[in-house]
Design a protein around this ligand. Structure first.
Ligand SMILES: [Zn+2]
Length: 213
């Protein structure tokens, strides 16, 4: 199901299929694989890295993101403006056979990621598999009944859900596989990932991915 999915640390992933899709690329290796599509959830430095975006961008790369990131990318000379597409929650698009649905991503009782700041989560469907990258979020009502095969959920606490809250989110979403993210850098550790896995035993399959370069 997720052979093509590579965890690059924190909330950074590369998904290889009929297209190469990155989510929140950050701290990439020197010469990473080029991208067809880059999804950037929001403008915080650990999700939105212009250096890493430039490493994986070609003339044909399409960047899909929120307004705050697009505003910062506009003067960024290596990336032509036409390649940056700005979206809000509720919109669905088709990029050459890859479907992307944009969702809100926000905190409920914290101020780090407000709903009004329009940060994004994504449900991307490629080659018949749907994958949800939740961004930096708490458990939000939008997750109830959200349909996806794979759910990438932040688990570190502080700025996002704790492992316990993320387990509740995974139960609400009920994906075929849940993958913990947003740990091992800044906040959160493997302990949180293991707790997430433990809490979902017998309920939702959890895959703790090995960090790749
Ligand atoms: Zn953030």
């Amino acid at each position: 199901m997720i052979e093509g999915l590579h965890w690059l640390g924190h909330s950074s992933f590369r998904w290889d299929g009929s297209k190469t899709i990155y989510f929140d690329p950050w701290k990439l290796s020197k010469e990473p694989k080029k991208s067809d599509i880059i999804c950037i959830s929001h403008e915080h430095f650990d999700h939105f890295s212009k250096l890493d975006i430039s490493k994986i961008s070609t003339a044909d790369t399409v960047i899909v993101t929120c307004k705050a990131c697009a505003d910062e990318l506009e003067p960024f000379t290596r990336i032509a403006r036409k390649e940056i597409k700005v979206f809000q929650a509720g919109i669905s698009i088709d990029l050459g056979g890859v479907k992307i649905k944009f969702l809100s991503s926000y905190n409920i009782k914290k101020e780090f990621h407000t709903k009004s700041s329009e940060k994004l989560g994504f449900v991307v469907t490629m080659d018949g598999i749907s994958l949800y990258h939740a961004g930096d979020t708490d458990k939000i009502p939008e997750m109830d009944g959200l349909k996806c095969d794979v759910a990438l959920l932040p688990i570190s606490g502080t700025y996002v859900m704790t492992a316990d809250e993320a387990a509740e989110a995974a139960i609400a979403i009920n994906p075929k596989v849940a993958v913990p993210m947003h740990y091992g850098d800044i906040v959160g550790s493997m302990k949180d990932a293991k707790r997430f896995e433990y809490l979902l035993k017998g309920k939702v399959e959890v895959k703790i991915l090995r960090k790749e370069e």
